[in-house]
Design a protein around this ligand. Structure first.
Ligand SMILES: C[S@@+](CC[C@H](N)C(=O)[O-])C[C@H]1O[C@@H](n2cnc3c(N)ncnc32)[C@H](O)[C@@H]1O
Ligand code: SF4
Length: 453
């Protein structure tokens, strides 16, 4: 994606809220009291490569902007209790997974590097003991790192434990912005970690940035972008700040008048796209950029990139299992989420039950719409002939509601539809979430989701 011409009228018209579509239906559609029988059935009948997500909810300090599922605590021993529960959970899942081994593992949070060296070592030992991994050459093992909770020794340990991809949370390099979000981390801290990760030959280094944070301006964001580009990570995740103070109490500490909104916030994204593409980064779906040498960029070029609860991935597994509190799984057309609070999660696991709190079984119509949304959000186009053949449908007729909903986007030049193809234009890529929503049969009150830009 190159520099985009900016149409203020469209920017105003589409300054809307919408789902991020890490799943379809979105997690809001999961039903409570979902039985564990379909979960077990899905697991037993799946033979897809096993992708595992493991949620570590703890953080040492609260970042005011944070929208993640986290528990802020200074008590390191809480993680020991948590690892006991995970061990019990691995043990329950193990017979259901026919011992085929983990191909992809992602540790997210919260902050996985809240765990100390002993706890990280124990966690990887437990995973190997109960579930096992496929041979190392084929596995992708990644972790989210808060630079403030990871020194060089911990990074070395992670490499020794088998991690081959790292993602560092940065958000912004300006001190005043860092103060406003209660997350002060000097550049030297990030720089040393990135250099050390390179020396350790991690296969991919990602940095997370957020645009639209309090006290960010067009000028100081330029500094963040320059600093980022000097570090030259393999990947960049550039998230739009999701300001939902009704859902995340700490965000109420952020003054609305400190936030750029509408066109001013959108300009930050445009400038980032411009600078990243000038520096040789490839735009990956929504919010993500990668150097052409990175596997995710290759995967997008080859047309096999996918999207799941962790965002974009090189591997489309229909067997993604989430472990830990709040974790979400998707296997064979069944989605389920674990209990969101720790006592309820512990109670379920202690009672030797799968900690299924809510879930959803996709109908055939859901699966068709999910496939269309996934294709559009990953590749910005949908080959209607291949899609129709794959699902044995006549897309224009069977998804008539979606084509009708696309009409305003077509009129505004954001989408081109022909009898054989839906193509999201470069301008339309900025609003791909809204374009995907045309295929969404559930169409919730969109205020429940974050702003698209
Ligand atoms: C679980 S955190 C990453 C690991 C670690 N906890 C950290 O903060 O470094 C996941 C990422 O989500 C993004 N994020 C968190 N809250 C957000 C929000 N309200 N809006 C947009 N992005 C957000 C940040 O970029 C953050 O790095
Ligand atoms: S941004 Fe990361 S470190 Fe900060 S509170 Fe959220 S999960 Fe924890």
């Amino acid at each position: 994606m190159q520099a985009l011409s900016w149409d203020p009228t469209l920017a105003k018209k589409y300054d809307l809220h919408g789902p991020r579509y890490t799943s379809y239906p979105t997690a809001l559609e999961l039903r409570s009291d979902f039985p564990s029988a379909p979960v077990k059935q899905a697991l037993l009948t799946s033979d897809a490569p096993l992708s595992a997500y493991l949620h570590v909810p703890f953080c040492h300090q609260l970042c005011y902007y944070c929208g993640c599922n986290k528990i802020v605590t200074r008590h390191q021993h809480k993680a020991d209790r948590y690892l006991d529960a995970l061990a019990a959970e691995f043990d329950m899942y193990s017979p259901l997974l026919s011992h085929r081994g983990i191909q992809h593992l992602h540790l997210g949070g919260g902050t996985p590097t809240f765990l100390n060296a002993g706890q990280l070592t124990r966690l990887m030992f437990l995973l190997r003991q109960h579930l096992g991994f496929v041979p190392q050459a084929d596995s992708e093992v990644s972790i989210e790192i808060d630079p403030r909770s990871c020194d060089l020794d911990k990074l070395t340990l992670l490499r020794e434990l088998g991690f081959n991809r790292v993602s560092f949370g940065v958000q912004d390099f300006n001190h005043i912005v860092q103060q406003a979000i209660n997350r002060v981390q000097p550049l030297s801290m990030v720089q040393e970690l990135v250099e050390h990760a390179r020396a350790l030959q991690f296969e991919s280094i990602n940095l997370d940035l957020v645009y639209g944070l309090p006290l960010q301006t067009a000028q100081n964001f330029e500094h963040t972008l320059t600093t980022l580009l000097n570090l030259r990570p393999d990947r960049v995740s550039l998230f739009s700040y999701a300001h939902l103070p009704n859902r995340f109490a700490a965000q109420r500490k952020i003054a609305t008048h400190d936030l750029l909104a509408g066109p001013a916030k959108q300009q930050l994204l445009l400038r980032a796209i411009e600078r990243l593409s000038q520096a040789g980064y490839q735009s990956i779906g929504m919010d993500h950029f990668a150097l052409p040498t990175d596997n995710l960029a290759k995967s997008q070029r080859q047309g096999n990139m996918q999207r799941n609860f962790q965002g974009y991935t090189t591997h489309g597994s229909d067997c993604l299992i989430g472990f830990g509190v709040t974790a979400i799984s998707q296997v064979n057309g069944v989605i389920w989420q674990h209990q969101k609070d720790l006592p309820a999660y512990y109670a379920a696991v202690d009672a030797q039950q799968l900690a299924v709190d809510r879930g959803f079984q996709l109908s055939r119509d859901d699966q068709i719409r999910a496939a269309a949304i996934s294709q559009l959000i990953c590749h910005f186009e949908l080959d209607l002939v291949a899609f129709g053949n794959a699902w044995q449908i006549a897309a224009h007729d069977d998804l008539r509601d979606a084509f009708e909903a696309l009409e305003p986007f077509i009129a505004d030049g954001l989408v081109v539809v022909t009898p054989t193809r839906i193509q999201v234009t470069e301008q339309g890529q900025l609003w791909v979430r809204l374009i995907c929503a045309c295929f969404d049969a559930y169409q919730r009150n969109s205020g429940q989701f974050s702003k698209v830009i």
